[in-house]
Design a protein. Structure first.
Length: 319
């Protein structure tokens, strides 16, 4: 009888561990994710379909579900706006009562609009923004003086992050204002020693008069894909890379391929970074979606340090 009780206890223990392990596995698989908060709800978008951009919603950031009335879970559908494929890296903003999605398709950048964060995001005419060469990974930044900037990546001797000013109506960029911000020059940014160093996935914040450019480096298929940041006193730079980079990597969250996300705040003003990782240690795709907390830590004689609470990392779960 004693042996039976011990065996039963072990079985329960194993089942409990298995249950917890299962609960800790990702069930949302979107790369290049972004989360947008609107009227008490959170909306999640990302790279995940060649037909457009999937969208999911949550009330608590823990469990996610399809949005009622959205066909095939797509906030933007191929055919409604610029692009035939390669739908990557969306960003959602609200501006003058309209919701906008800046996104990549066919390795160009476009902006569509909608009356709801769930879409459908459309263009009256399917056009990409002006600019030279291939451009990806848009991020719209609204400065305190009213100017709007588009941070993005040019595929030009590597993936290099640029900034250009936008027209006030978001119809296009202001010609002649593009300037390079950063490229992959440090060891952690190119662990494979590639002839095509990669810096991409920009997000820009402003904190106490300092601009923070958060970015990812290395090829996304590399297990060392990771996140760092640079600071400046101007939206155009020059940018100084943080000496403690990378701030998010496989070494501190325990998952390979961690990067290319976006910053958002919850209803209690906590700041988060939503990102993707490799599917597993053996597979890159489909990339899994998770998030962790961010905060600023004041230091003497310099800009505040952006701190990633890597212990807080958690996978996003579908209902």
């Amino acid at each position: 009888m004693a042996n039976l009780k011990i065996s039963f206890f072990i079985a329960l223990l194993v089942a409990g561990v298995a249950s917890r392990s299962l609960a800790q596995q990702p069930t949302v698989f979107l790369a290049d994710p972004t989360i947008f908060k609107d009227k008490g709800k959170y909306y999640l978008y990302g790279t995940g379909s060649n037909q457009g951009f999937p969208v999911y919603t949550s009330d608590d950031l823990k469990t996610w579900e399809s949005v009622k009335g959205v066909a095939d879970d797509l906030a933007l559908r191929r055919g409604d706006a610029f692009g035939t494929g390669g739908f990557w890296a969306p960003q959602i903003i609200t501006y003058k009562g309209i919701y906008y999605m800046a996104y990549t398709a066919d390795e160009h950048i476009a902006i569509a609009k909608a009356s709801s964060p769930a879409g459908p995001f459309k263009q009256d005419k399917p056009v990409a923004l002006s600019g030279t060469g291939k451009q990806i990974d848009p991020f719209l930044f609204f400065d305190d003086d009213g100017k709007i900037y588009l941070y993005h990546v040019k595929l030009q001797n590597g993936n290099r992050i640029f900034v250009t000013e936008m027209k006030p109506d978001l119809s296009d960029v202001v010609a002649g204002t593009a300037k390079e911000c950063i490229s992959g020059t440090e060891g952690w940014e190119n662990t494979a020693g590639s002839d095509w160093p990669v810096t991409e996935g920009p997000t820009v914040l402003k904190h106490k008069k300092t601009y923070y450019l958060i970015y990812s480096a290395n090829d996304f298929r590399n297990k060392d894909y990771a996140v760092g940041y640079a600071t400046s006193t101007s939206p155009y730079g020059p940018w100084k890379k943080y000496e403690g980079n990378p701030v998010i990597s496989r070494h501190n969250i325990g998952h390979s391929g961690s990067g290319h996300g976006d910053v958002f705040t919850d209803s209690r003003h906590n700041m988060y970074y939503v990102l993707h990782t490799h599917h597993s240690e053996e597979k890159v795709s489909p990339r899994a979606t998770g998030l962790l907390k961010l905060s600023f830590k004041d230091v003497k004689g310099g800009p505040a340090v952006l701190v990633a609470d890597t212990v807080s990392f958690q996978w996003l779960q579908k209902k």
